[in-house]
Design a protein around this ligand. Structure first.
Ligand code: AMP
Length: 286
């Protein structure tokens, strides 16, 4: 397994693979890898085959963090990430520095951003106003650097995957986006690098996110309910987790992300919940 930190070296490797006709599958991450990330790696491998190449990027992208968010304390363990990638059959880790990705940004000499203007307005975009601009920018840069023919994203970040798909279509990136299912802990909590921030009491209550989705499904029971009614029910349900503070719960069409006024089977639900400073998200089909 190769570890590459320079943009130019990664682009050179990408060109070489292309000339040899190797298929390249790509999994962008911020590191501190868990079984969710590794499931994306396996999906990429499944799709590019044994002779293809699987690239994982490990980069905590500063432009997708708000000024008051957890950039400096975001968990990192590069050595462990390398071991996990090697054991999962990754061919190359791309792990650039900030200076490599955003040269002279602090001096104002980095000034190009990619903005998706519609899908990123609500939910995560409403709670984290500059987040998706950072995501689309870094993902566009990574696509130009790694030059994959497919990239795998997790359904865990549903809105992010929808925005990346839209960006790829709108800007004619020559690659396919694959969305792989959310991997969960045995008690239903969606795996996330941020779960590490939770103390024991918060961790015990963090199942409220997946339980809220189960609750929504059982309230629906095949019927159609207005979004307002269901939201009110879920707010009451989530209050029972005394350490949780609901940021949002939304219902929408899974592909367009358009808000659903009437919620029925197949409507998508997403929610964000704070436990202290830690913000957890989850989503699923009802
Ligand atoms: P992150 O390191 O949080 O930026 O995530 C990198 C990729 O892993 C994104 O495409 C996420 O959606 C995906 N991912 C994160 N957690 C999970 C999970 N529990 N199951 C599946 N994919 C995940």
């Amino acid at each position: 397994m190769r570890i590459v930190t320079s943009v130019v070296a990664m682009q050179r490797q990408a060109r070489l693979w292309r000339r040899r006709g190797a298929r390249v599958g790509f999994v962008p991450t911020m590191g501190y890898l868990h079984a969710g990330h590794l499931s994306l790696v396996r999906e990429a491998r499944r799709r590019v085959g044994r002779t293809g190449k699987v690239v994982v990027s490990i980069y905590v992208n500063p432009t997708q963090f708000g000024p008051k968010e957890d950039l400096s304390r975001y968990p990192r363990d590069f050595k462990r990430d390398c071991q996990l990638c090697r054991a999962t059959g990754v061919d190359l880790i791309f792990a650039p520095s900030d200076a490599e990705m955003y040269p002279r940004r602090a001096e104002g000499l980095y000034s190009t951003y990619v903005v998706e203007e519609v899908l990123g307005q609500g939910m995560e975009g409403a709670s984290r106003p500059t987040h998706f601009r950072g995501v689309t920018t870094v993902v566009a840069k990574l696509f130009n650097i790694v030059q994959p023919e497919l990239a795998v994203f997790g359904a865990k970040d549903w809105q992010q995957a929808a925005i990346v798909k839209r960006m790829v279509t709108d800007l004619n990136f020559p690659l396919r986006i694959v969305v792989a299912p959310t991997i969960r802990e045995p008690d239903g909590l969606a795996m996330s690098s941020r779960n590490k921030y939770l103390d024991a009491a918060q961790r015990a209550q963090a199942t409220i996110l997946s339980r809220a989705m189960a609750r929504a499904r059982s309230l629906l029971k095949g019927r159609t309910v207005t979004a307002g009614t269901l939201k009110a029910e879920l707010r009451r349900f989530i209050v029972a987790a005394t350490l949780a503070r609901l940021d949002y719960v939304e219902f929408f069409e899974p592909e367009t992300l358009l808000p659903a006024v009437k919620v029925r089977r197949g409507t998508h639900m997403a929610l964000a919940v704070f436990f202290g400073k830690t913000r957890l998200i989850d989503n699923g089909s009802l």
